[in-house]
Design a protein around this ligand. Structure first.
Ligand code: ZN
Length: 81
């Protein structure tokens, strides 16, 4: 069985999972939780992919900040698609 992996993308106030594109917690080891957002929707279960890297498309969230959030994860450069 192949483990599913994902990048956790850090945004200004939220983070998302690259595998399923739903909200995520940047400090989860795997995508276990979809946190309730500002819309008040209830938390749901994440897709379970393992976060193997962290990244951000935001210029103000640089490598130093990402390394603070997840010191053990490599930093992935954001590629729009
Ligand atoms: Zn996910």
């Amino acid at each position: 069985m192949t483990e599913r992996t994902a990048v956790v993308w850090v945004h200004r106030n939220t983070s998302t999972c690259s595998a399923c594109r739903r909200d995520a917690l940047y400090d989860d080891s795997h995508h276990y939780t979809v946190p309730g957002g500002p819309t008040g929707r209830p938390s749901e279960q994440g897709c379970g992919a393992r976060f193997e890297a962290i990244g951000s498309a935001r210029i103000e969230i640089g490598a130093n900040r990402l390394a603070q959030l997840r010191p053990n994860l490599p930093i992935r450069k954001y590629v729009p698609r």
